[in-house]
Design a protein around this ligand. Structure first.
Ligand SMILES: Cc1ncc(C[n+]2csc(CCOP(=O)(O)OP(=O)(O)O)c2C)c(N)n1
Length: 327
């Protein structure tokens, strides 16, 4: 069944969300350079054209799982950027009361089941959420975002296999940004296209240009609708590229400036969506400026919220943790 093209309203919402990710992370990198952010920071800048159009098909009651590069997934699914920023700042008003940092942000209210510092850690959670939805007969769907590096770990195989056998309502979305940390995909994987692994599990494999938000919207829409109909998982591979280092401070010796510029100058998903909306008469210069200004104000407010929030007190140290050594 063909996926209906997104309405003007939906496109404007997607566009604002993509800017929210971009500006949130630019600000987070700046705050990190000022020593305000606790812990590691992995940015999603350049990959906004994957999470946003995919999540545009989901309700708050649907689930996603994320990765160590999780801000984009959180924002795409509707998490609160003030609580996110506070978490990065290590403040008690953050999503994990300031004790988790960037890689542990979750918001169950909007179906965001968590960023994850364990590469491939989201597979079991998404597959389990899909199983729960199937048992409840609720029509919910789980989308599992993961990187090309994660595709070389056991949980990829184990979960896609059982998800396929049980026809679970899960969509496995590979964000193939061509590197696992500093390792080019071709050095560790002979199969160029992760989507081509799908026949091993007997499910559809679909590959799409992850820099083209409309192409992702269509492909993800089809896969999510299929999952909702009870027909089982799809392995959707989105070819994409991260514009910044693996983490903040990465000197990026494994790729050239020219390569980065080629992607960021010519294939930026935000520019591509803007161009499409302009051609369609949906986005004027004025509206564009309004959207960016509004999002910038939200980010400024988020920083103010984080900065004015208290740090957790020492008696919080052992609360909300699974185990600790008292010996
Ligand atoms: C189980 C595990 N092994 C190794 C690491 C260290 N590590 C952190 S990110 C990363 C690369 C992940 O690559 P990919 O899945 O392609 O995601 P990307 O960083 O490209 O978004 C590695 C190896 C880890 N966090 N967890």
């Amino acid at each position: 069944m063909p996926v209906e093209a997104p309405s003007a309203e939906k496109l404007l919402d997607m566009y604002a969300r993509m800017w929210r990710i971009r500006l949130f992370e630019e600000q987070a990198e700046y705050q990190s350079s000022q020593g305000k952010v606790m812990g590691a920071l992995h940015t999603y800048i350049g990959e906004e054209g994957v999470a946003v159009p995919a999540c545009a098909h989901l309700q708050d009651t649907d689930y996603i799982t994320s990765t160590h590069r999780g801000h984009g997934h959180c924002i795409a699914k509707g998490a609160d950027i003030s609580r996110m920023m506070a978490e990065l700042f290590g403040r008690s008003t953050g999503y994990c009361k300031g004790k988790g940092g960037s890689m542990h942000i979750a918001d169950f209210q909007v179906g965001m089941l968590g960023a994850n510092g364990i590469v491939a850690g989201g597979f079991g959670i998404a597959t389990g959420a899909g199983l729960a939805a199937q048992l409840r007969g609720s029509g919910q769907v789980a989308v599992c975002f993961f990187g090309d590096g994660a595709a070389n770990r056991g949980p990829f195989h184990e979960n896609i296999n059982i998800g396929a056998v049980w026809k679970l309502p899960v969509v496995y979305v590979c964000e193939n940004n061509q590197f696992a940390q500093w390792t080019p995909q071709k050095d560790v994987t002979l199969v160029t296209d992760i989507a081509n692994m799908s026949p091993a599990y007997g499910i559809p494999g679909v590959q799409v240009d992850g820099m083209d938000p409309l192409a992702v919207y269509e492909a993800a829409g089809e896969a999510i609708a299929r999952a909702r109909r009870g027909e089982g998982p799809t392995l959707l591979e989105c070819k994409t590229y991260r514009f910044h280092g693996h983490n903040f401070g990465d000197p990026q010796q494994y790729r050239t400036r020219e390569e980065i510029a080629e992607w960021s100058d010519n294939r930026d998903p935000i520019k591509q969506l803007a161009a499409h909306m302009r051609d369609a008469g949906i986005l004027s210069d004025e509206q564009d400026a309004d959207i960016q200004n509004t999002v910038q104000e939200e980010i400024t407010a988020a920083v103010r919220f984080a900065e004015s929030s208290p740090y957790p007190t020492p008696d919080e140290l052992y609360k909300d943790v699974y185990s600790y050594d008292i010996g």
